[in-house]
Design a protein around this ligand. Structure first.
Ligand SMILES: Nc1ncnc2c1ncn2[C@@H]1O[C@H](COP(=O)(O)OP(=O)(O)OP(=O)(O)O)[C@@H](O)[C@H]1O
Length: 637
């Protein structure tokens, strides 16, 4: 079989505006979609696809072009999947199901199959027998549910020895004509999980899947074909859907499985050897019908209204990524209204270069099979290198520290526990020795700070002195890019305090400088005190010189609680609202994709009123926000 046929074909369908007075931002021609950013009138983005169905397109046209040619393949033992993808309210259900007066793909396929069978029977030279069965299921909140015979239980997905995917217990109904299908499908549709959201009165809250199996047999030979017709749940921006509670939970499951589907489509269309089918029920189910020797079409539905701009933009990017790799000819270009032509020429090579980077990143992602919400975050090599270095240093420090604590405890566990309870250490020769030890500790802390400052001046991530108010990052290619301010660690004398008072703070309660940010969750909260003989102190002193984190932790905690935090916060918000993609990327924990998302969100919806607003961007979780805020506020010092 021609390998090209195994790719996922991606087409676009634009639904007409639902109200005449709504402003639109999409224009479609045969192979091209343009979207206009109402916030930036100079910008329109163009996407090329092998097929684009505009607002005037009919159900018949979409069916005839995209689906009908695949019916003979199913009848000859091949697997096919057709799915409608897009944001909520963009026309997926309309495309797949339609209405009684304007039927969509599902009813047309059933009719078409029986017509095709009749035609085949007329021309078949051998006595083939045909059998068509259908099942109807939904995946709701990652649970597989039978819609033909609902039982409420989550059906398992299995793979047999021939690598066919099966759902034991799923009802299957044989049908001989369209009427029989309609009679079974109609009532079953009422079992589907549908609810009203702010954007769609009848929003599908699950992926609904019609599975058709077609058996063509004659003595000693049987061909098994399978066709999936899928109305995917809509990708959702919960800021606009107003989803809460159960709707919000549904939305999380929907977005996660769509993300997995995107990964699978990308992997297939990139020709990767390993496809991450197992990351969601949806992709697991589709394993034998998408990629490999199967034929798949993704009909990408978009809505033309301005209010859908960001959804449309994201959806087209999702679709373009797939399409780009299939044909290698897709051009995504940003054209200035004033001088469109020269800009087109300039942008093309950059897009190609980005394509190869994206491809490399995808290969890495798929090989590690990661689909966490952080999967989209790709750290720049510069920051990665720095993080690796920090981790090594931190591990070493932790090890030394643990040794020190253990040794102290082994020296005098009784005193250790007493002191931690009572807070005071009696003045004995041993405690004097401790005080000496503390003094040395403070000294070594100071030494470490000095080293840290030296490192900041010489490390690959460095500040320039030309304009202290606006430091820059310099990368290996000697390109100078603006960055967040990185100040050297402040030279504050750390107060001498009894060891009994030292309490380790949980590492993720604070974040140290870029040099010494500890890996999360490695240190545990500990109270300790010790006393030691002078010989033992000698032994420990060497370790203490390396262990100087306490003073650092304290000074940074002081900073976090200081008044200037508010100012830093404002600066951080300012960066979010004004920085270019490159600048955003230079923030701690923000990778290329997230930087782009922040930038695009800002372009679409305007400035963030608080830094917390970035949680409204899909994929920016509370946890990520806290990590981002914390590390950048501290880094900025
Ligand atoms: N091509 C079209 N022509 C006319 N009306 C359409 C078209 N596409 C969609 N609509 C109408 O737009 C509205 C939303 O469409 P639909 O319910 O199909 O969206 P959806 O993408 O399935 O949304 P959800 O993901 O929330 O289920 C419906 O009222 C539908 O009739």
């Amino acid at each position: 079989m021609d390998k090209k046929q195994c790719k996922v074909k991606v087409v676009i369908r634009v639904r007409p505006p639902l109200r005449q007075d709504e402003k639109t931002c999409v224009s479609a021609t045969n192979n091209n979609v343009q979207i206009f950013n109402h916030r930036n009138v100079k910008e329109n983005i163009q996407y090329d696809f092998s097929a684009v169905y505009g607002m005037e397109s009919t159900q018949l046209q979409v069916y005839t072009d995209c689906v009908k040619p695949l019916l003979p393949k199913t009848l000859n033992g091949q697997n096919v999947s057709i799915f409608a993808y897009g944001p909520t309210g963009a026309g997926k259900t309309h495309t797949m199901l339609g209405t009684s007066t304007n039927p969509g793909i599902i009813p047309r396929v059933i009719n078409g199959l029986f017509e095709e069978i009749e035609e085949n029977k007329k021309t078949d030279t051998e006595d083939w027998k045909y059998k068509v069965t259908f099942s109807f299921l939904e995946i709701y909140n990652e649970k597989v549910q039978d819609l033909l015979e609902p039982s409420g239980s989550d059906l398992p997905i299995r793979e047999n020895a021939d690598k066919n995917i099966l759902i034991p217990g799923l009802a299957r109904k044989e049908i001989h004509n369209f009427e029989e299908f309609k009679n079974a499908f109609g009532p079953a549709s009422n079992n589907r999980t549908v609810a009203a959201t702010k954007l769609n009165e009848h929003s599908s809250r699950s992926h609904s899947i019609v599975q058709l199996t077609i058996t063509k047999s004659k003595p000693c030979r049987t061909l098994h074909g399978k066709m999936y017709l899928i109305d995917l749940a809509g990708s959702e921006d919960n800021r606009r859907t107003g989803n809460q509670g159960i709707r919000l939970k549904e939305s999380g499951a929907i977005n996660k499985s769509l993300f997995s589907l995107g990964e699978v489509v990308d992997a297939i269309n990139s020709g990767l050897p390993r496809i991450p089918y197992r990351n969601s029920k949806l992709t697991r189910l589709l394993q034998d019908s998408i990629g490999g020797t199967c034929h798949s079409v993704m009909i990408t539905n978009i809505a033309p209204e301005e209010k859908y701009y960001y959804d449309t933009y994201c959806t087209l990017n999702f679709a373009t990524k797939s399409k780009k790799i299939v044909n290698n000819t897709v051009v995504r270009e940003t054209v200035g209204i004033v001088k469109p032509l020269p800009q087109v020429k300039k942008v093309l090579p950059i897009v190609k270069e980005n394509e190869s980077k994206v491809k490399q990143q995808q290969q890495h992602d798929v090989s590690t099979d990661s689909i966490s919400s952080d999967a989209g975050q790709s750290l720049s090599p510069l920051i990665k290198r720095q993080e690796q270095w920090e981790e090594t240093v931190n591990k070493r420090l932790q090890q030394l520290e643990t040794n020190l604590i253990n040794q102290m405890k082994s020296i005098n566990p009784v005193l250790s526990s007493q002191s931690s309870e009572q807070g005071d250490v009696p003045q004995t020769p041993k405690t004097k020795a401790i005080q000496e030890m503390q003094r040395q500790l403070v000294e070594s802390q100071a030494q470490l700070r000095e080293l840290a400052n030296k490192h900041l001046k010489t490390s690959p991530v460095k500040t320039t002195t030309t304009n202290p108010s606006k430091p820059v990052l310099e990368d290996k290619t000697n390109k100078v890019v603006p960055a967040m301010k990185i100040k050297p660690v402040e030279e504050k004398p750390a107060p001498v305090r009894p060891l009994s008072g030292i309490k380790r703070k949980k590492v993720n309660d604070f974040s140290c400088s870029p040099l010494f940010a500890p890996p999360p969750g490695k240190l545990k909260k500990k109270n300790f005190v010790s006393s030691a003989s002078s010989s033992q102190i000698k032994e420990l002193t060497k370790s203490q010189q390396d262990v100087s984190k306490d003073a650092k932790i304290k000074s940074e905690n002081e900073f976090i609680n200081s008044e200037s935090q508010q100012k830093r916060n404002e600066e951080f918000l300012h960066t979010l609202n004004t920085a270019s993609i490159k600048d955003l990327q230079s923030l701690q924990t923000i990778g290329a994709k997230r930087a782009k998302l922040i930038y695009e969100w800002r372009e679409s919806y305007g400035n963030f009123s608080t830094s917390e607003d970035i949680k409204k961007i899909p994929g920016f979780t509370e946890k990520f926000y806290e990590k981002l805020l914390h590390s950048n506020l501290v880094t900025a010092t």
